[in-house]
Design a protein around this ligand. Structure first.
Ligand code: CMX
Length: 457
């Protein structure tokens, strides 16, 4: 049993932990931030951060600073920091279950939302709130059931999120004509409900597709990740610990990645959080982004099949990497648009594996790839980051515990990603960020621009 805090106390009794205090705290924090941002724009709004090159405009806007995301910041060499805290720091500072070693993602959500490390009571309050809101209406299951079982889990997941959106408090209130000043309130309410319900939806898809539709009822006394592991059908405490770590480290990676950016962009049109998050999930389902976790394990399994070995040698792995590159394919799990070093999310999973399952053959293969791949990728001369990203390790760990259905892996990523992108959506509305609408140009425009420049010089 995890929850020791019980029902949140009521307002007016002088206790900080009254029902709804997190929302009030969020609002007062955001009001302060809003004042500061207004004064920054007033005093420094005309200062230039950087110039943009023609190459950047053509090549996926790499390196262009174009949006504010308060929840986390990515450094190319050091990796992600959530509100200033690195992953090793989060593992140390965030609340855990009694006797546990891994941080509870509820704590990370609080940190991203409020900007302060939560107390144990704060974390238990979030856990209790999500447990209370976790009931998924039957029509959402009907939508999932309407898909062929063969449908990709990310397709079922996204459709279920859209179905759940018929309950959006924001959409309803907006239709009734609310003031812009209270948008954040309804976005916050939808956020809490949506996050609370995602594990049940994801577990339903998993059990339907892979376990003959034998569903497992939630256990409201468990933490968010523990209950998710339980509903998936994994009762091993060390798997629950893996889920706590997994759902923490995948939660956020600043604002420019496809899932975060898509959620933010769609949210800027005042689409409700369900629509916005579904957009993020359709982006996460791409193989260059979240689906890479599925691709990694497939690539390893194909290599093993090709070589007729469950633990290929380093020379064999090197040859297979060369073969993959020669065939014009990517080596999944390697490279990154921003990072230029080993992803600390990879390292955190490696540390977990060293402690819990160091002799697993697939995990050993992941570690051998880590030794062999970077110099080969670097030698191509074009791959900017030859180091592993988060997806290079996650599948092998899941497989170790028996969660071998790799098509489902991106759904796990998605459940976690909700924490970051929806906390950010709350911030977007609390700060009153406007509709996002960058300028695009044509190649004709670029050619004229070059001509004009040449004429002047
Ligand atoms: N294997 C083979 N080629 C790779 C590569 C890899 N792992 N990583 C980059 N490249 C190639 C690119 O395809 C590009 O080739 P072209 O010039 O022929 O188009 C070239 O190297 C330069 O790319 P880059 O600037 O280093 O990388 P990008 O910022 O364009 O792309 C990413 C980043 C992640 C899409 C890319 O590294 C990749 O495809 N990696 C494999 C897929 C993957 O692991 N994705 C997960 C990322 C993490 C996540 O979002 O979950």
């Amino acid at each position: 049993m995890f929850l020791t805090f019980g029902a949140p106390k009521c307002p007016g009794n002088n206790n900080r932990y009254y029902m709804g205090y997190v929302k009030d705290l969020f609002k007062s924090t955001a009001d302060e931030q809003n004042k500061e941002i207004k004064s920054i724009i007033e005093q420094h709004g005309n200062k230039k951060i950087e110039d943009v090159t023609i190459a950047q405009v053509y090549q996926g806007m790499r390196g262009i600073t174009g949006l504010v995301t308060e929840t986390s910041l990515l450094d190319a060499n050091e990796g992600i920091r959530f509100r200033g805290f690195s992953i090793p720091e989060l593992r140390e500072k965030l609340a855990k279950v009694p006797g546990g070693n891994e941080p509870l993602p509820e704590g990370l959500f609080y940190l991203m939302l409020i900007g302060q490390v939560p107390t144990q009571e704060d974390v238990e309050h979030i856990s209790a709130t999500w447990a209370r809101r976790s009931h998924v209406p039957n029509y959402v299951f009907d939508v999932i059931e309407s898909f062929p079982v063969s449908a990709h889990p990310m397709t079922q997941f996204t459709a279920a999120i859209l179905a759940l959106g018929t309950e959006s408090k924001f959409a309803k209130a907006y239709n009734e004509g609310i003031s812009k000043k209270v948008h954040w309130d309804y976005i916050y309410e939808d956020t809490m409900t949506l996050i609370a319900r995602l594990p049940r939806i994801a577990a339903y898809i998993y059990r339907r597709k892979y376990k003959n539709g034998e569903h497992i009822q939630p256990d409201g006394m468990l933490d968010w990740s523990g209950n998710f592991a339980h509903m998936l059908g994994y009762e091993d405490e060390s798997f629950r610990e893996l889920m706590r770590l997994y759902l923490t480290i995948h939660a956020d990676h600043e604002g420019g990645n496809v899932s975060a950016h898509a959620t933010h962009l769609v949210g800027s049109a005042l689409s409700d959080p369900y629509l916005s998050f579904a957009a993020g999930m359709t982006g996460l389902a791409g193989p260059l982004h979240g689906l890479a976790n599925q691709e990694v394990i497939r690539w390893i399994e194909e290599m093993c099949k090709d070589l007729n070995s469950d633990q290929p040698t380093k020379d064999q792995i090197a040859a297979y990497i060369h073969k993959t590159l020669t065939e014009g394919k990517v080596v999944p799990g390697y490279g990154h648009a921003v990072l230029r070093k080993t992803d600390p999310r990879f390292t955190a999973q490696m540390e977990f594996a060293k402690l819990h399952c160091p002799d697993d053959p697939t995990i050993k293969t992941v570690w051998n790839i880590y030794e062999v791949a970077p110099p080969i990728l670097e030698s191509t001369g074009k791959i900017k980051n030859p180091w592993p990203n988060v997806d290079a390790h996650s599948g092998a760990l899941l497989k170790h515990y028996g969660l071998v259905e790799e098509e489902f892996y991106t759904v796990l990523f998605g459940v976690s990603r909700a924490l970051g992108v929806l906390a950010s959506l709350c911030w977007d509305r609390a700060l009153g960020f406007p509709l996002e609408r960058p300028k695009s140009i044509t190649t004709e425009w670029v050619k004229n621009f070059i001509k004009k420049g040449e004429a002047v010089s």
